[in-house]
Design a protein around this ligand. Structure first.
Ligand code: SAM
Length: 213
């Protein structure tokens, strides 16, 4: 795999975990645990299901995803950063329901219909081609499968918009973020049904996409 700028950026973050944690807490505006749990809840996972964590990073979602699928379920993380994959595998050690693959979300190394659910947090908007990644998520879901995307977007209204130019530039440089991408609209285009809920003055959203049964 040739190493892109995005992979280099996230290899760096993988080696600076404390800063990475601060970054994601800042992105959540004080609602880190609450919104991660709420978004996993929106997947409505059942015991025994297989769930894909797309662009899993160091595996912060693994426990939340593994709990509802229970002892017969499976959690598979995929990430294109070699250093993030190492972190994720370290975190998954000791839980044989959880595994981590290195791969590109835009070309998932996974067969059609292999998963009941897919989840992605703070990642789709940092991808080179988010629509392609969502089409891949659709492909790997079984009929009736669903995806949840928890992600950030610029202020959509109000005085917060004044800081958008600065935040957008810094985030694009530091995290490969693409603030211009409208993920809820893409979910609507790619999936058979979709909806989205926003939080923190519209800067965070939980988008759900469902594949027809
Ligand atoms: C901000 S981190 C979020 C990690 C984790 N999902 C979380 O919520 O903490 C973004 C992650 O997306 C991964 N990523 C970005 N583009 C990707 C792609 N095309 N394929 C796979 N992983 C990708 C990065 O390597 C990084 O681990």
């Amino acid at each position: 795999m040739t190493v892109s700028r995005g992979q280099r950026v996230y290899d760096w973050w993988a080696d600076h975990q404390r800063l990475f944690r601060l970054l994601s807490e800042a992105a959540f505006g004080g609602r880190h645990d609450e919104l991660r749990s709420r978004s996993v809840g929106a997947l409505r996972l059942n015991a025994g299901e297989r769930v894909l964590d797309v662009a899993c990073g160091p595996g912060v979602n693994f426990d939340r995803l593994a709990y509802p699928v229970g002892p017969e379920g499976r959690v598979v993380g995929v990430d294109y950063s070699a250093a993030m994959v190492r972190r994720g595998r370290r975190r998954a050690r000791g839980d044989d329901r959880v595994s981590v693959l290195r791969g590109d979300a835009e070309r998932l190394p996974v067969s059609d219909g292999a998963f009941d659910a897919a989840y992605s947090s703070l990642s789709v908007s940092a991808m080179a081609d988010p629509e392609r990644a969502l089409r891949e998520a659709y492909r790997v879901l079984r009929p009736g499968g669903r995806v949840v995307v928890l992600d950030a977007q610029p202020y959509q209204s109000g005085p917060g918009r004044l800081v958008n130019p600065l935040v957008n530039r810094v985030s694009a440089w530091a995290t490969n973020w693409r603030p211009d991408v409208n993920v809820p609209a893409l979910l609507d285009e790619v999936f058979d049904e979709s909806d989205a809920e926003t939080f923190n003055a519209g800067t965070l959203f939980i988008g759900v996409g469902r594949k027809r049964a």
